[in-house]
Design a protein around this ligand. Structure first.
Ligand SMILES: [Ca+2]
Length: 300
C-alpha cells in the first residue's frame, strides 16, 4: 500500500511472463482449444465455484473464515482503522467506522469510499484489519472480491506485521505483503508485491508482478497468498501469478517469520492512487468482498 512504480514482469519465469503479457486471461485461451464454448463453460464453472464451501489444501487446515452472512461486521475478526493523516502516501481519505463506509449486505462485505468531508479530509472510506484479533504466521489467505472503478481509487488487500520489532526500524524493514492492489487510473491492472528492507520501491528493488484483469471491477475473483518458510506465492482464481522465494540471507530480504495481520481498504488519491487526479464523478467507490478464508500452515 506504499507508493512505488508498479513492478513489471522482470522477475517472473518466462512461462508466467507470457501469460501475463496477454490482454486476456491466460486460461481462456488454451492454444488450439480456444473457443467460445470453452469460455462459456468456464464462466459457468467459475460462477458455480462462488457458492462452494472452502477448498481443502494439503498441508493446510482452515483456521477461520468470514462469509459475511451476518447482519454486521464480525468484531471477532475485524477492527476499523479510524482517522486521516495520509498514511505515509498523502492519501486524502478519512477512515470511519460508519456503516456508510463499511457494512455487511446480502452476503457481502461492502467497503465504500464517499465524497464527503470529515475532519478536514475531502473523502471518507473504510479500512478493516485483523490487527490484534486474527494474525497468522505462514498459511494461506483467500479473498474473493470485486474491485471499485474510478480514477483516484486505490483498493488493496494486504498484510503487515503484528509486531515488527526485531526487524530493523519499521517499514519497510519489517515487511509488507500485498495480496492485491489496483489503482483506478490504470483500470484492470492488478499488482502483487512484497516489500522488505532489501526489496522496496524506495531503492527500486521491490519484488512483484502485475496482471491484466479487464473485468476486475465487474466480476469477483479469488486473490490468494500462500506463505511458507520457503516462499510466498500469489494466485488469482487458482492460477499462480508470482512467487517470492526466501533467499535465506536474513531479515533484510525475508522479514516474514513473524505473525502478520490482514487489511482490506480503499484509499482515495495518494502518491500512487492519485497520480492522475481523482474523478469525483466516479464516487462512491465500492469494493465488494464475498468471503475471506484463512488456512493454518501445518509445517513441513
Ligand atoms: Ca459471502
Amino acid at each position: 500500500m506504499y507508493t512505488y512504480t508498479p513492478a513489471t514482469l522482470n522477475s517472473l519465469p518466462a512461462s508466467w511472463r507470457r501469460a501475463k503479457q496477454g490482454s486476456r486471461w491466460a486460461w481462456l485461451s488454451f492454444g488450439r482449444y480456444k473457443s467460445p464454448l470453452l469460455v462459456v463453460a468456464l464462466s459457468g464453472f467459475l460462477v458455480a465455484c462462488a457458492g462452494l464451501p472452502p477448498a481443502q489444501y494439503e498441508g493446510y487446515v482452515l483456521d477461520w473464515q468470514d462469509e459475511f452472512n451476518g447482519r454486521t461486521i464480525n468484531k471477532d475478526y475485524w477492527r476499523h482503522a479510524v482517522g486521516g493523516g495520509g498514511y505515509g502516501n498523502n492519501e486524502l481519505q478519512y477512515y470511519t467506522n460508519a456503516e456508510t463506509n463499511a457494512r455487511v449486505e446480502k452476503g457481502l462485505l461492502i467497503l465504500e469510499a464517499r465524497r464527503e468531508r470529515k475532519a478536514g479530509w475531502p473523502y471518507t472510506s473504510a479500512k478493516l484489519q485483523t490487527l490484534g484479533r486474527k494474525s497468522m504466521l505462514y498459511g494461506r489467505v483467500e479473498v474473493r472480491a470485486k474491485l471499485p472503478r474510478g480514477v483516484g481509487s486505490w483498493p488493496a488487500i494486504w498484510m503487515l506485521p503484528e509486531d515488527g520489532s526485531g526487524y530493523g526500524v519499521g517499514w519497510p524493514d519489517s515487511g509488507e505483503i500485498d495480496l492485491m492492489e489496483h489503482v483506478g487510473y490504470d483500470q484492470g491492472t492488478v499488482h502483487f508485491t512484497v516489500h522488505t528492507a532489501a526489496y522496496n520501491h524506495k531503492i527500486g528493488t521491490q519484488r512483484g508482478a502485475s496482471l491484466r484483469m479487464p473485468d476486475a471491477s465487474e466480476a469477483f475473483h479469488t486473490y490468494a497468498m500462500e506463505w511458507t518458510p520457503q516462499y510466498i506465492r500469489w494466485s488469482v482464481d487458482g492460477t499462480t501469478v508470482f512467487q517470492f522465494d526466501n533467499p535465506c540471507t536474513g531479515w533484510q530480504a525475508w522479514p516474514f517469520d513473524k505473525p502478520f495481520y490482514l487489511i482490506l481498504n480503499i484509499a482515495c488519491g495518494g502518491d500512487w492512487g492519485g497520480r492522475e487526479g481523482i474523478d469525483n464523478d466516479s464516487l462512491p467507490w465500492r469494493m465488494e468482498v464475498d468471503w475471506v478464508r484463512v488456512y493454518r500452515y501445518l509445517g513441513d
